[in-house]
Design a protein around this ligand. Structure first.
Ligand code: BG6
Length: 498
């Protein structure tokens, strides 16, 4: 785990590798992978002898390169591409033509790797819909491209890993029949965010945290991702997913494991993932009858965001007019272990809310006794907020004396930004792709973690699957009354990020 834009990172040039992209004309490649690769090359993280090989159908190499260039102009305008720079980058772009379900594609890919001489290391990035993961893994296996005799072979896959426990198990079983688990890198891009990694540094590099980090001092924890965007062009996926699958089962539960885990014995992939796994195993299982008390589901109605009218979810392209898919989900977890018994972990995420902010909020207990017991002097419970994005940093809410002759109390907010500018923070994809190239799987989900998190949310999915109506909130607001009920016994109630 490293930070690309710091000085040390530039010394960590990965070994020469073939960076193979399935889905090389797709959205993820345009928006995320290519911009990240350009920046990684700038920082010296990718070895100059590496190649980026796109598996592409129905396109000439020049057409594909042009598509990549247009994508960079649109999605990474800060990566200015003058002619000289573009020529250098495009020289790295090789193409293997073919369809994913055609065996000869993988044979051509094998030949292409062969021609590149000693550079046998390969990362295969599946920037393709999940139904193709198995096909790609099988094709690679049959063409002998999963064997690691002449260099490493690593398969990168994106979420969603299945849509429920059964499909996740099946996907894991299928992939593992073609390639070893140690070669599979399941990306959860939240784990690649610098501010998320910083959570671990805050926890384990500061001795003042550990004594407070438990049920004796913490009232509850809220982990949230609030977005102002709607579902954009993703109705076919989102209609079947909803916020619980899209955000809670993956990104937010991963964050919960980092917040709740015990210190690992060492900072290695398996030591960290073993501790995360213990947290998931300690999460109290939901009974069908408790689901409705412990969860909230809601959907955005029409509203107003940043001066613009926005449509209701059910009016978005591709969404059924009577859809009851949730665009907001909240789950109240309990972790049954010595550290966390009785401390609710409230994970929530929604689209088209009032603000965009991802946060981990640790709410401490109230002071046991109020020495300054006047109306104007009731101390608020302290809160430590890890702002993950935007404007990453840490905020500590304290009580202090008002200047003057009384002992009236005022709220003091201490802010420590993580970086001077969001632009200085590396993109998650830079960090994660570099980790794949250097073989560090600490920030990737292991198959058992994925299955365990599906198992935990399965009763909620079952309870929600036949839902025919859903609470609505006006886009651009926090008008979700059920959240007040869910957090009623929590000090400070529902924390809406500002
Ligand atoms: C993705 C979800 O995994 O994460 C999207 O599928 C969501 O629905 C996105 O918008 C949020 O990521 P970020 O990095 O913008 O917070």
């Amino acid at each position: 785990m490293s930070t690309p834009h710091d000085q040390g990172f530039c010394n960590e040039t990965a070994d020469p590798a073939n960076i193979v992209i399935f889905g090389a004309t797709g959205d993820l490649t345009k928006r995320k992978l290519m911009p990240a690769l350009v920046r990684m090359i700038d920082c010296g993280l990718v070895h100059p002898e590496s190649r980026i090989i796109g598996v592409v159908r129905d396109m000439s190499v020049d057409e594909w390169r042009q598509l990549v260039r247009d994508g960079l102009a649109e999605f990474a305008p800060e990566v200015s591409m003058d002619e000289v720079r573009w020529q250098a980058f495009s020289a790295l772009l090789k193409m293997v033509p073919g369809d994913l379900d055609d065996e000869t594609t993988y044979n051509r890919l094998a030949e292409s790797l062969e021609q590149l001489g000693g550079r046998k290391n390969a990362m295969f990035y599946c920037a393709i819909p999940p139904r193709w993961y198995r096909v790609a893994a099988q094709g690679l296996n049959r063409a002998g491209l999963t064997a690691q005799d002449e260099g490493y072979r690593r398969l990168v896959i994106e979420k969603p890993f299945g849509m429920n426990l059964d499909s996740a198990r099946e996907l894991n079983r299928e992939l593992q029949s073609f390639i070893d688990e140690s070669q599979i890198y399941r990306i959860d891009h939240y784990l690649g965010k610098e501010s998320v990694q910083n959570l671990l540094v805050y926890r384990f590099a500061n001795s003042i945290m550990e004594p407070l980090w438990n049920r004796n001092y913490i009232d509850h924890i809220q982990i949230s991702v609030a977005e102002t965007l709607g579902i954009e062009y993703r109705a076919p996926y989102y209609e079947n997913a909803g916020a619980l699958r899209d955000m809670i089962q993956s990104h937010l539960m991963q964050l919960m494991t980092l917040v709740a885990m015990e210190p690992p014995v060492e900072f290695t992939a398996n030591a960290v993932r073993d501790e995360k796994m213990k947290v998931l195993r300690a999460v109290r299982r939901f009974e069908p009858q408790t689901v409705s008390e412990q969860t909230v589901a809601a959907q955005y109605a029409a509203g107003h965001i940043d001066g613009e009218d926005t449509p209701a979810y059910v009016m978005e392209d591709g969404v059924a007019p009577d859809s009851a898919t949730e665009t907001f989900a909240a789950v109240r977890f309990q972790i049954d272990n010595w550290r966390w018994q009785g401390v609710p972990f409230i994970l929530w995420s929604g689209k088209r809310l009032e603000n965009k902010a991802s946060e981990v909020m640790i709410r401490f207990r109230k002071p046991p006794f109020n020495l300054f017991d006047t109306q104007a002097s009731v101390p608020a419970a302290n809160a430590l907020v890890f702002r993950l994005q935007p404007e990453a940093g840490v905020v500590l809410r304290m009580n202090a004396k008002q200047p003057g002759l009384t002992t009236d109390i005022q709220r003091l907010v201490m802010r420590a930004p993580y970086a001077n500018d969001d632009a200085d923070v590396a993109d998650a994809y830079e960090i994660l792709m570099h980790d794949v190239l250097t073989g560090d799987s600490t920030l990737f989900s292991r198959s058992d973690e994925v299955e365990e998190s599906w198992e935990i949310v399965e009763p909620i999915l079952d309870n929600w699957k036949d839902r025919v109506s859903i609470e609505r909130y006006r886009a651009g607001t926090w008008d979700i009354s059920a959240m007040d009920a869910l957090t009623r016994d929590c000090v400070g109630g529902w924390h809406r990020p500002s």
